[in-house]
Design a protein around this ligand. Structure first.
Ligand code: NI
Length: 209
């Protein structure tokens, strides 16, 4: 019989209720973590101008469930993969309002260093690579009836956060910056590039193995 609930939130509640913390695990070579949480992707406020600089674009934010997996290739040095369910972002043009939306998936691989891995508060920083797939682009309003296409993006990412270590896991608060730039086509014609370049913010429970 398992005595530990499998469902992450129940596990989280149980661990928080456990109160007194035993020494946390060090993040030693060969160990792994698995994280479950929520992540908000917040594109930067000025996302570029299309059509020769005449159409300023704004991309909205969205929050989705996330999972992370990290494998420690050396003590305190982990290789992390971020995955999430698809995000949906509204696309607006200043003066025209909402003109469409897109879905995207931004899988990211990062190499990250954890400080004070055995302590109760363990910050980390990382750098990585992101590939963002755009799909299910849609148009409405001033662009209704046109076909919108956003190219996939490949770029750098940076990650920083803090683990609040518990006996068997951690509560993680973190932020990422991801360089996401996508070339935009409308009815097959190139309109320019949208610089999504979001910050992401997440809260997760980290299981340690
Ligand atoms: Ni960029």
């Amino acid at each position: 019989m398992k005595k530990t609930p499998n469902f992450p939130l129940l596990a989280l509640a149980a661990m928080l209720a456990a109160g007194t913390a035993a020494p946390a695990f060090a993040q030693s070579a060969g160990s792994m973590t698995f994280g479950v949480g929520a992540i908000d992707v917040a594109p930067k406020s000025d996302n570029g101008k299309l059509a020769g600089g005449t159409l300023p674009v704004d991309v909205g934010n969205d929050t989705q469930p996330e999972v992370t997996f990290e494998y420690f290739v050396a003590d305190n040095l982990g290789l992390e993969v971020l995955a999430a369910t698809p995000f949906k972002h509204d696309i607006s043009i200043d003066g025209l309002g909402k003109v469409g939306s897109t879905k995207e998936l931004p899988p990211t691989v990062s190499l990250q260093y954890h400080f004070n891995g055995a302590g109760k508060v363990s910050p980390f920083v990382g750098v990585g690579l992101n590939y963002t797939l755009f799909f299910s682009e849609d148009t409405r309003g001033a662009l209704a009836g046109s076909k919108l296409k956003l190219d996939d993006s490949f770029g750098a990412a940076a990650h920083a956060g803090v683990d609040f270590n518990l006996p068997k896991g951690a509560i993680r608060v973190d932020a990422r910056w991801i360089d996401i730039d996508t070339k935009v086509k409308l009815d097959g014609s190139k309109l320019g590039t949208v610089n999504v370049d979001p910050m992401t913010y997440s809260l997760a429970y980290i299981f340690k193995f």
